[in-house]
Design a protein around this ligand. Structure first.
Ligand code: MG
Ligand code: MG
Length: 629
């Protein structure tokens, strides 16, 4: 199965687009006419350059306002087509996309359109070219793939076929299963795009908000299943008009596109086992069973600050690494590593960002499978020289240059703690009842959110929940939660739009996307709070105004409310369960720990409390403009 992408989908000039598309692993390219016209090279040279980088020129597009025109206008449309055929022959492209007409003088009628296409088909055939007809969702007379297919069927010409575009079908809520009745050999090309569910004008929605399959809310998978069920085995190509992508880094966005296509077609082949989906075999989405560890890079005074905080949180320094400057801190099932190496990846992370989560480990069913899937999706393995006694743990690059490790029991990687760590350091002390990692919150720029949500949902068996707005006193932060089906691993992605929000200033200080907070679960937050006080933990102070408002919003026992206020515990209730939260004070430029208790089926993250939490944190952070200590 060949994968393509339209040049309009990414930023840059034509040459930059060609390079980004080739590097991302695509087989071919759709030339969007404007991109070609803006280039200074003659068509033959552009075509040769595309083939030089290993790409095929799959499609030339769009040819607009062709069918149904009367008299002289009709003649002019054919003349225009001949000029474009000349150009296509020089480019070395045999297929043109004709989109349904929006011309004010175009006449309707399936047979009239079919007669026009029969003549265009003859002219194309003389040159060895082909014509594909696409129904635009806002076409004047044809705006439904079923009508475009009827035009193609009645044209009955071997050089005229159908172009399907998931956006045009799904945006109009046309049942994609109607595609199953089309003959696969009459479909010449398939374009894919997803989009978020927003109610707006179709043309505006299509031109500005399309995104990669899996990034939006349309049933692109159901669409593609219907397409392959027809026997179609031709190219599958992305045609994405998106304002963020047009201004974003083209290589990263092309890689996301490739990842989205591979993941989509993998889902499709499993759902339609009889269909001709030619894709190399690779493992299914990885089941994540838990957070194996979080690793902080920290040195000197930064390290001392972090270790004091871990101590007050009830963590014990359990072990040190046999050959590296790593200490392991544990409580319940939680493992935190403090990495003070003076070379390698963690050291570079500390030098650039200060204290930061440089590595994250997931317990998975098969580490080798997780790595193989990541590689099939276009992610490179991360490798660092192994020290004496170290296990070779599969890893990839994750958020903001951090490293994501896969551990499993089946290949003995789960034994890393006894193999690589020496437990003789074990310090005594009572814990604070913290049991496991509830969620890891990663902060990034808003533009990066789609990319990271695609990363997690294509690699792991994780679902995304609808995006919510989190109100910061200085602006909006968007939050997208991802979770395994059993809720054992949860990640929240927080997209900052301005640097004035707490998330935004953290992003600026930490030089890019990274973990901003880690939430740890307890099953009795009041007991935990009292143990923390004994350990000398300083909670984020929450003002009494908050508790007065809680009393007004919820039916909470006065004694319970008093206890919450005394311990600085925040509260939420989503109708299915209750949520209690307690925060540490910010450290290392805005990182913090959160302690949570979930009761019943509460599935959120306390978003209604975020404005009060961020305001309280901002009161404790250094005044604006002061240098970092
Ligand atoms: Mg299209
Ligand atoms: Mg949280």
């Amino acid at each position: 199965m060949k994968f393509g992408i339209a040049t309009v989908s990414i930023s840059g000039n034509l040459e930059e687009k060609i390079e980004a598309i080739a590097t991302a692993g695509f087989d071919g390219i759709e030339i969007f006419e404007q991109d070609f016209i803006a280039d200074a090279r003659p068509p033959g040279e552009v075509g040769a350059r595309i083939r030089d980088v290993g790409l095929e020129v799959m499609l030339f597009q769009p040819f607009r306002d062709f069918e149904g025109l009367p008299g002289a206008l009709r003649q002019k449309a054919f003349d225009r087509a001949e000029r474009k055929f000349d150009l296509m022959q020089e480019l070395g492209c045999d297929l043109v996309l004709v989109c349904s007409s929006v011309h004010p003088e175009a006449l309707g009628g399936i047979d009239r359109a079919a007669a026009d296409f029969a003549e265009l088909g003859d002219r194309a055939a003389r040159r060895g070219l082909r014509v594909g007809y696409e129904a635009l969702a806002w076409g004047r007379h044809v705006n439904d793939h079923r009508d475009a297919w009827e035009v193609v069927r009645r044209t009955d010409h071997p050089s005229v076929g159908l172009v399907l575009d998931s956006f045009h079908t799904l945006a109009r809520r046309i049942d994609p299963d109607t595609i199953r009745r089309i003959s696969g050999d009459r479909i010449f090309f398939v374009q894919l795009a997803d989009a978020p569910a927003i109610k707006m004008d179709l043309l505006h929605w299509s031109r500005h908000f399309r995104n990669m399959p899996g990034e939006g809310d349309l049933d692109v998978s159901g669409f593609m299943r219907a397409v392959v069920a027809t026997g179609y085995a031709g190219p599958v190509s992305l045609e994405i008009f998106n304002d963020l992508f047009r201004g974003g880094p083209n290589r990263a966005i092309a890689r996301d596109g490739y990842r989205s296509l591979v993941a989509l077609m993998d889902d499709v082949r499993h759902a339609e086992p009889k269909a001709p989906v030619d894709l190399p075999a690779f493992p299914a989405r990885t089941a994540v069973e838990g957070t194996a560890f979080l690793e902080f890079a920290a040195q000197g005074e930064d390290k001392a600050v972090l270790e004091r905080l871990l101590t007050t949180l009830g963590f014990r320094r359990t072990a040190s690494h046999v050959s590296k400057s790593l200490t392991l801190w544990t409580q319940g099932e939680i493992r935190i590593i403090v990495n003070a190496e003076t070379t390698g990846h963690a050291h570079s992370a500390w030098v650039t960002r200060g204290t930061t989560v440089c590595d994250l480990g997931f317990d998975v069913s098969s580490a080798a499978d997780a790595l193989a899937r990541a590689q099939a999706l276009g992610t490179e393995a991360f490798r660092q020289p192994l020290g004496p006694g170290q296990l070779d743990i599969p890893a990839i690059r994750g958020l903001g240059g951090s490293v994501l490790h896969f551990l499993d029991d089946s290949s003995g990687l789960g034994d890393v703690w006894s193999v690589e760590f020496d437990a003789s350091l074990d310090s005594a002390g009572d814990d604070a009842g913290l049991l496991s990692v509830d969620h890891v919150a990663q902060t990034m720029s808003y533009e990066e959110m789609l990319s990271w949500s695609l990363f997690y949902t294509t690699l792991f068996d994780m679902r995304k929940t609808p995006m919510v707005d989190v109100i910061d006193p200085d602006g909006l932060v968007r939050s997208q939660a991802l979770s395994t089906p059993d809720g054992r691993v949860r990640i929240t992605l927080n997209g900052a739009e301005t640097h004035r929000t707490l998330a935004g200033s953290f992003l600026a200080e930490s030089f890019g996307a990274s973990v901003q907070h880690v939430a740890l679960a307890t099953d009795d937050i009041f007991e935990t709070a009292s143990a923390l006080t004994t350990h000398g933990f300083l909670a984020l102070p929450i003002p009494s105004n908050y508790y007065a408002d809680l009393a007004a919003r919820f039916n909470i026992e006065p004694t319970l409310l008093e206890r919450m206020s005394a311990c600085n515990i925040l509260y939420d209730n989503d109708g299915r369960g209750e949520f209690f939260q307690l925060y540490s004070r910010p450290f290392a430029g805005g990182m913090f720990f959160e302690i949570v208790q979930r009761r019943g089926d509460y599935s959120g993250f306390g978003a209604p409390n975020a404005p009060f939490r961020t305001a309280a944190q901002k009161r404790l952070m250094r005044p604006k403009g002061m240098p970092r200590a």
